[in-house]
Design a protein around this ligand. Sequence first.
Ligand code: SF4
Length: 284
Amino acid sequence: MLRYKEIFTGSQCNNKCLYCLYRRKESPQPDVKSVTSALKQGEEDGVALYGGEPTLRKDLVDIIHTARQNGYRRIKLVTNGQVFSEHQVLHRIVTAGCRLFEIKLWGSHPELHDHLTQSPQSFWQTIQGIENLQRLTLDRFICLRIPLCRQNYNDVINIITTGINLRVHRIILSYQDHNLAFGELIPRIYSGIQVSILNRVWVLTEGLPFCVMQGLEHHISEIYYRHDNAMSLRTYKQHKYCRHCIYQEICPGIISDYLTQFGHGEFRPVKGNKYIQDLRVLNC
Ligand code: SF4
């Protein structure tokens, strides 16, 4: 189980993504003192900086330095990657000690991506940013974070293929839109995982319960990462049948807004899986 301390760097952003909850939730940018004091090391050995858009902070390099000095082994930036289209900015961030990047891509083409980010040119800046990261000779790990919603789930295979062509190291399929029914989404998720595996790119899901991912449980990120859900601003809830499910101890449940929208009729408790002990061990 990997544990990241999730640090919010402020809601300022160069995009206005339709599904960004921080865009609607006005909050003052935490000053450098409160960010660095949050960086005092606890039991986590990694830190994830997220916003808004963390790369817009002028003191980001200082924050990364502090994280390094405080002994964090993994420093991750969750970002739209647009500023990496400028070599100098990218170089400063990487040199400061950040080598882990989760970059959000909403669509496989500018019309869709820029529509969802509400920001013209954002698609090409993100693609350029990933290409610049790939050209670095330093060790770095690039993860493509694909937020899934009603507008883009039909494009998911193409977005995954875009990531594979950009030679990303991992892909996360992150459920973002509680109005998108799992019944519509899951067949695309299954195909997307197959495409990714065939191309030897590891793929994980986020926000999808075990009972809708049967046979692909080892792709559920919640097994490997302890999320405090601060990053997604979402709450999860188990429903009344969960107490009969073998995953009850390790499953966070369903996004509460989803249950409000669709009810719990589609979920059935899982009675058995021969790998349940292995999944429990991974989750420790
Ligand atoms: S605990 Fe509940 S939500 Fe989680 S997999 Fe089981 S039935 Fe689904």
